[in-house]
Design a protein. Structure first.
Length: 468
């Protein structure tokens, strides 16, 4: 009478007593069926291995690691590489995985991927946000196959880590080599530019101003000394020429063909003017008014004396004659030597003036040269600093590469080798038995409810009232 009236607890007890066998039969049969099914389902065995991450064995204060990518990212990248078709197909063919004759290679590869498990171990104690290690598992129909395939995948991870770190280190080193070569070429170009500039502006570079000014002072002193020496030499020559003229006049006076010599007074006056000129030029320059006046008087007196009959005898005082006395010849030789000395002194004076102009140009050009020199040296220093920085990084990268080649960097250490499963992980018999029991109970209750709902038999007074 289920569904025709409200049922009480006593009603449920009555139904259970009347129809308990309907619930009990499926509850007994279905667990037996579930247990039997476990023998029909192909078992699945899981082999697992633990891989720990060992940190760099050499302190980073000595050798800095080139590979700085987070381990989680590298592990994800390695997982994608290892789960690729090119890596899995040889393993599938070697161990003949899932070879039931009905599956294509693509389906077998997909199934193999699903049966591979990579489980990172998160630990804040080992490293901040780091991975102390990870588990690798593989599920197969055979325990030995699961163990062997798990070992293969573990080897792939270990070798892939070594190869990836080595490739990254070598790639970094190769990149730095190229950059270092470019930096060296630029530095050589800057060095050549600086050397050419220093050669072109030798003596005008910054730092040479003091020496140039000191040299200018020295050259001015030398020029003053040369000018004074030249003036004295010219005075001595003029004096010697006056003495020679007097001796020639004296010599001409004794000669019958030279009776008309210049008066003795003019000779005395000429000697006085020459002595006065020597005294003035020793104290003043050639532009001094008194010096100019005395020299003009000497020139006028000599012009006047030249108009005398003794002109032909005095026309060339330095030209030797056979009739010259020993004193005259000696004076002529002295005058010739003075002429040579004056010529040499004028040459020295010209050299000093040339050097003066050169050093004056250097001092005048120093500001502009200094500005350009600063620009060149700044570029050179920048190129040198960049080259030194790259060279330092290059050396560090070489050490890091050597560290990876020696496998002294971050490595994967197999802590637990792949185990040989003793029992399958699927199917689990208790689970199948429990599932059969739950299914039997559910089916029995469903049948009881359906039968009670369709049953219209009157069994009590309450049933009569329910149908009336």
């Amino acid at each position: 009478m289920l569904g025709h009236r409200a049922l009480t607890v006593q009603d449920y007890k009555t139904i259970l007593k009347r129809r308990w066998w309907i619930i009990a039969i499926p509850a007994i049969i279905f667990p037996i069926i579930g247990y039997g099914i476990t023998y029909l389902v192909q078992p699945q065995y899981v082999s697992q291995t633990l891989v720990l991450v060992e940190q760099q064995k050499v302190p980073e204060s000595y050798v800095k690691a080139v590979v700085t990518e987070d381990l989680s990212g590298r592990l994800a990248s390695m997982k994608e590489q290892i789960l690729s078709r090119s890596r899995l197909q040889p393993i599938i063919e070697r161990f003949n995985l899932f070879a039931n004759g009905k599956m294509t290679m693509d389906e077998r590869i997909d199934l193999t991927r699903k049966n591979i498990g990579i489980t990172p171990i998160q630990s804040e104690i080992a490293r901040t946000n780091g991975l102390p290690g990870f588990f690798i598992s593989f599920k197969a129909n055979d325990a030995r196959t699961a163990q062997l395939v798990c070992g293969e995948i573990q080897s792939l991870f270990v070798n892939e880590n070594v190869n990836d770190r080595r490739a990254d280190a070598e790639g970094t080193t190769d990149f730095l080599k190229g950059q270092l070569a470019d930096a060296k070429a630029k530095l050589d170009e800057q060095d050549a530019r600086l050397a050419k500039f220093q050669q072109t502006y030798m003596g005008k570079l910054p730092g040479a101003e003091t020496s140039n000014i000191n040299m200018l002072t020295t050259l001015n002193t030398q020029l003053d000394a040369a000018t004074q020496a030249l003036a004295r030499m010219e005075q001595d020559k003029s004096y010697a020429e006056s003495i020679l003229a007097m001796q020639l006049q004296s010599q001409a006076a004794t000669s019958p063909e030279h009776s008309g010599m210049a008066p003795q007074a003019e000779q005395v006056e000429l000697q006085q003017l020459l002595a006065q000129e020597a005294d003035l030029t020793a104290r003043y320059t050639d532009d001094y008014p008194d010096v100019v006046t005395v020299r003009r008087k000497i020139a006028e007196l000599r012009q006047k004396m030249a108009a005398a009959p003794a002109t032909s005898a005095l026309a060339s005082p330095t030209t030797p004659k056979p009739t010259d006395s020993a004193g005259v010849q000696q004076l002529r030789a002295q005058i010739r030597a003075m002429d040579l000395g004056i010529t040499q002194k004028k040459h020295d004076q010209a050299d000093i003036q040339t050097q003066l102009r050169m050093y004056q140009e250097r001092v005048a050009a120093s500001p502009a040269v200094e500005e350009e020199y600063k620009s060149i040296t700044r570029d050179n220093q920048t190129a040198q600093a960049f080259y030194d920085d790259l060279l330092n990084k290059m050396n560090q990268s070489k050490m890091a590469t050597d560290l990876e080649n020696r496998q002294q960097g971050e490595t994967f250490k197999v802590m637990d080798e792949p185990n040989l499963p003793e029992e399958p992980t699927y199917p689990k018999r208790p689970a199948f038995v429990g599932g059969g029991l739950a299914a039997g109970l559910f089916l029995g209750l469903l049948i009881v409810i359906l039968l009670e709902y369709l049953d219209t038999a009157v069994r009590s007074e309450r049933d009569i009232w329910a149908f009336s």
